[in-house]
Design a protein around this ligand. Sequence first.
Ligand code: FE
Length: 236
Amino acid sequence: MSTETAARRDFLKLSVMTAGLALGAAGAAAAAPVKLGDSPLTQPALPFDPSALEPVISEKTFSFHYGKHQKAYFDNLNKAVAGTPLAALSLEQIIVQTAGVPEKTGIFNNAAQAWNHNFYWLSLSPKPQTPSGALASAIDRDFGSLEAMKKQLATASVTRFGSGWGWLVLDDGKLKVLSTANADLPFIHGQTPLLTVDVWEHAYYLDYQNRRADYVNALLDKTLNWDFAAKNFDQA
Ligand code: FE
């Protein structure tokens, strides 16, 4: 198996696990057993060539975003947990165990940012896609139309003050759009993430400078991975 194929397989495995994890977290909110994923504490390969999303996102942006920013989150996390019981846990378990624990804020931030970026890469597709099947029906049911949903997601992402993330989530059986600040993420709040948009400046500044809205709208129109969203939706 080629390295690229193996990397893609690992990413697909991650996507299945994240869906299972999110279901578990949602179940936890309803006092059901938590089913945790087991993403390793190592940075997975990008699921596409770093130039594959041009011109929406440049190869140069990926070289910094994946090669420097996400790598630093994994490096910092591994340094922080080395020699502690957390080092034996999965990325998801570390996030759950450190969320809301003041003395573990640094570990939570790096673990959650590592996870959020794994999920963000999977939320992107080099080929334009549109939702289909049960997810498309749910979008019409909960937002009225795909365009209305995209407008809400764009607004939530563009208006997030400072750094954070825009999300399409499943919350108690209903699709919702929301944004989170800094490293915060839906599954610790019992919501199943389906897609995410990174709105930290490092995600777009090299290509769009301060024009966050241009980045978000281009990403939502051309590069969302609806197959990934549908898989997360169907498994929730
Ligand atoms: Fe980022």
